[in-house]
Design a protein around this ligand. Structure first.
Ligand code: UDX
Ligand code: UDX
Ligand code: ADP
Length: 472
């Protein structure tokens, strides 16, 4: 027998908590869902017509239930008090100082949220760890809750990692490959697990809801991201061999992916993976391995991140080299600043590294991205430091269209694979006309049709394609 969930609180109205609980609310009209955050402007945005994050289908999903059974507020305490089940979906950034800095996750926000739950709760709660956390965090949550709770109040802790990808969040939530719930191996643990499973079963087939112990669940999340990133680093390592030999990485990926043991997904060579998860989660795994005294394991995973750094460096070096080893007084148009298409998110985007390296070469850099807000670009490039800001703004401009960015440029660098940059959507003949000659395109996402582009007159370099017969 398990308790039916009537009221849900989600602490953290970010990329994970917002879309996840919006979908839960839409599928469970009988459950009251409150998404809370300490950030007032974020909550105001969730309550407005312009949501704080862009995801296809998100606005429609929110509209379905907002102010019916879905509420956004900053009243964290009240939402905790009223809830049977609480998702902890706060940020877990990489530590910037102290032990494990640059690798370990900063669990300060998780701990603060946990302490608040302990302080407020007057009735039994199921506490669900949603944020990606290092292995064994559930144990810390349990200790904090048990040491600080009112007497007679019982907590069950579940791990329920989220596997959604940005840009396809709603699609991924609606049709997940699996929903993973980790619980304690006790009667109470299994019962809590069943309560959460019932929430998901409103729209997810039962056979896709899998349960396991908490540690397996926590590690599975890190493992999935590490193995996805590892595939990208593997194909990117091969892209370097392709460029040097005249092989074509897309052909290689196609041939390799047809092996059913390997499969075709996540084999797209690129200028480097970005996003808030891959780098952070792998470094987390590296830190975990080191703390478990497994240096060989740590080195293996670390190499996935190093290969990614190398890919960005290698691409930037190729651009410089092609432009006759000097960028001073040249304009470089950067198409795309988001870490992938269909999102306005820029966290860890390869474009950041590229723009910085071009600016250091004294190029003037013109950025265009269809979704990224201007202030977000400045934030990434300047880290809010006014000294850096003055320097960056001397070299970098933000444009309102691809054509505007290309005006007077010597080279175009495609950093994000937005559909509007494809040669079927953008008139590259017009683009060619407004550029300096020779006009170069560096396709870091392999989205252009080489024949079309070179026929116009461009000098084209594509990631992972041998330059034999093109230009050198
Ligand atoms: C391999 C390739 O599978 C095949 O496509 C290629 O043509 C030749 O090399 P083979 O070496 O015969 O074939 O056997 P395979 O089944 O791939 O196993 C290789 C090794 O990996 C074995 O020692 C196997 O025990 C091990 N293995 C395989 C694992 O340890 N775990 C696995 O999940 C799979
Ligand atoms: C990832 C995981 O996919 C998701 O399951 C997890 O919950 C969070 O982390 P996300 O970072 O949103 O999601 O996007 P993803 O589609 O995985 O892309 C990450 C980066 O890898 C992007 O920069 C993307 O451009 C790059 N990528 C992806 C490639 O370079 N090649 C590929 O084949 C796939
Ligand atoms: P993710 O990508 O994991 O969803 P985000 O950074 O997008 O991460 O969102 C996390 C959110 O959690 C932020 O909006 C932040 O303000 C919020 N948050 C952090 N700590 C707390 C807390 N103790 N109480 C309420 N909200 C919090």
């Amino acid at each position: 027998p398990h308790r039916k969930v009537n009221s849900i609180c989600c602490i953290g109205a970010g990329y994970v908590g917002g879309p996840t609980c919006a979908v839960i609310a839409a599928a469970n009209p009988h459950i009251n869902v409150q998404i809370v955050d300490v950030n007032q402007s974020r909550i105001d945005a969730w309550n407005s017509d312009v949501l704080p994050i862009y995801e296809p289908g998100l606005a429609e999903t929110v509209a379905k239930s907002r102010n019916r059974n879905l509420f956004f507020s900053t009243n964290v305490s009240q939402a905790i008090e009223e809830a049977d089940l609480i998702f902890v979906s706060v940020n877990t950034p990489t530590k910037k100082s102290g032990m494990g800095r640059g690798f370990a996750a900063d669990l300060g926000y998780v701990e603060a949220a946990t302490r608040q739950i302990a302080k407020i709760a007057k009735s039994d709660k199921i506490v669900v760890e949603k944020s990606t956390v290092p292995c064994r965090t559930a144990q810390s949550i349990r200790l904090i809750l048990e040491a600080n709770s009112r007497s007679g109040v019982h907590f069950d802790i579940l791990s329920n990692p989220e596997f959604l990808a940005e840009g396809t969040a709603i699609q991924d939530l609606m049709h997940p490959d699996r929903v993973l719930i980790g619980s304690q191996d006790t009667v109470a643990g299994f019962s809590a697990c069943a309560s959460l499973a019932e929430v998901y079963s409103a729209w997810v087939p039962r056979d896709k809801i899998i349960t396991m112990n908490v540690w397996s669940s926590e590690l599975s999340k890190l493992a999935a991201n590490a193995m996805l990133a590892q595939r990208i680093s593997s194909i990117n390592a091969l892209s370097a061999i392709c460029e040097a030999t005249g092989a074509d990485v897309d052909e290689v990926a196609h041939a390799v992916g047809l092996d059913s043991r390997i499969g075709p997904k996540f084999l797209k060579s690129s200028v480097g993976f970005g996003g808030s998860c891959f780098r952070k989660d792998i470094l987390n795994l590296v830190y975990l391995s080191e703390s478990l005294n497994l240096p060989e394991v740590a080195a293996y995973w670390r190499q996935v991140v190093e290969m990614n750094e190398y890919q960005k460096f290698r691409f930037a070096r190729k651009v410089l080299h092609s432009l006759f080893d000097t960028m001073s007084n040249k304009r470089i148009a950067v198409f795309g600043f988001a870490f992938k298409k269909d999102t306005g998110d820029t966290r860890e985007s390869a474009a950041i590294t590229l723009v910085q390296s071009f600016a250091e070469e004294m190029a003037s850099v013109a950025i265009y991205d269809p979704k990224v807000e201007e202030r977000q670009v400045w934030l990434e490039l300047t880290s809010n430091d006014t000294d850096i800001e003055a320097k960056v703004k001397e070299r970098v401009t933000i444009c309102n269209s691809a054509l505007e960015a290309a005006g007077g440029a010597d080279a175009i660098v495609i950093a994000t694979e937005w559909d509007e940059f494809k040669d079927t959507n953008l008139n590259y003949a017009d683009v060619y006309r407004v550029m300096n000659k020779p006009a170069f395109i560096f396709d870091g996402r392999s989205i252009l049709n080489a024949g079309v582009i070179t026929d116009i007159g461009f000098k084209l370099h594509t990631i992972g394609k041998g330059t034999e017969g093109r230009f050198e």
